[in-house]
Design a binder for this molecule. Structure first.
Ligand code: AMP
Length: 190
């Protein structure tokens, strides 16, 4: 397979392998998957069938979307690899998984999640910070989930450990359609 064989704009979604305690999180993830698919965008994600990961994939598949999952061998059982995807790639480890999700995707959208989601968000942001790519990242801030993280990042910038430009480049939106508009807009010079 070539490094990049997806034709349509591919949005990579990072999100929890758990459902969260509030049932609205599953609704948010399902709606995000539907919105991505309805725009004819390809969904790239971690390949799991549980938690918000399963919900976003099922949302997209339910409306006929193309969904590509990237699963490390070791997690195939724990996160229950989704069997109904357009394509499920099994990769050797977590590092290769992140690299593959990044190379396949044109933009990154994060829903609520835990430490794995934060790791993925920061992998993409730090690679951009040092110039490995220039793809946009967005956080879906429904229910204010990412406000504490943004507050921390602005604090780090204020202390001189992060450039404000790198923080300001993160797209943060409470509404999925507005976020997708921004993630798929022709690149702004920044
Ligand atoms: P979580 O947000 O912790 O529920 O995890 C979301 C996704 O991130 C899952 O697919 C996890 O497999 C993945 N993940 C968890 N820990 C890591 C890690 N250290 N590096 C990369 N991905 C991870």
């Amino acid at each position: 397979m070539s490094e990049r064989d997806l034709i349509k704009h591919a949005v990579c979604v990072f999100c929890g392998a758990r459902p969260g305690d509030d049932p609205r999180y599953i609704e948010v993830a399902t709606a995000a998957g539907e919105a991505i698919a309805r725009r004819g965008l390809t969904l790239v994600y971690g390949g799991g069938s549980v938690g918000l990961m399963g919900a976003v994939a099922n949302g997209a598949l339910a409306v006929g979307g193309e969904v590509v999952g990237i699963m490390p061998r070791k997690l195939m059982e724990r996160e229950l690899g989704h069997t109904g995807l357009t394509r499920l790639e099994v990769v050797p480890d977590m590092a290769v998984r992140k690299t593959r999700m990044i190379e396949l995707s044109d933009s990154f959208l994060s829903l609520p999640g835990g430490m794995g989601t934060l790791d993925e968000i920061f992998e993409v942001l730090t690679l951009r910070q040092v110039g490995y790519h220039s793809k946009p990242s967005g956080l879906l801030d429904q229910m204010g989930y990412y406000q504490p993280l943004m507050k921390m990042l602005h604090g780090l910038a204020k202390e001189g450990f992060v450039s404000s430009a790198d923080v300001d480049r993160i797209i943060i939106q409470p509404e999925i359609e507005t976020l997708l508009d921004q993630l798929t807009a022709p690149a702004n010079p920044s």
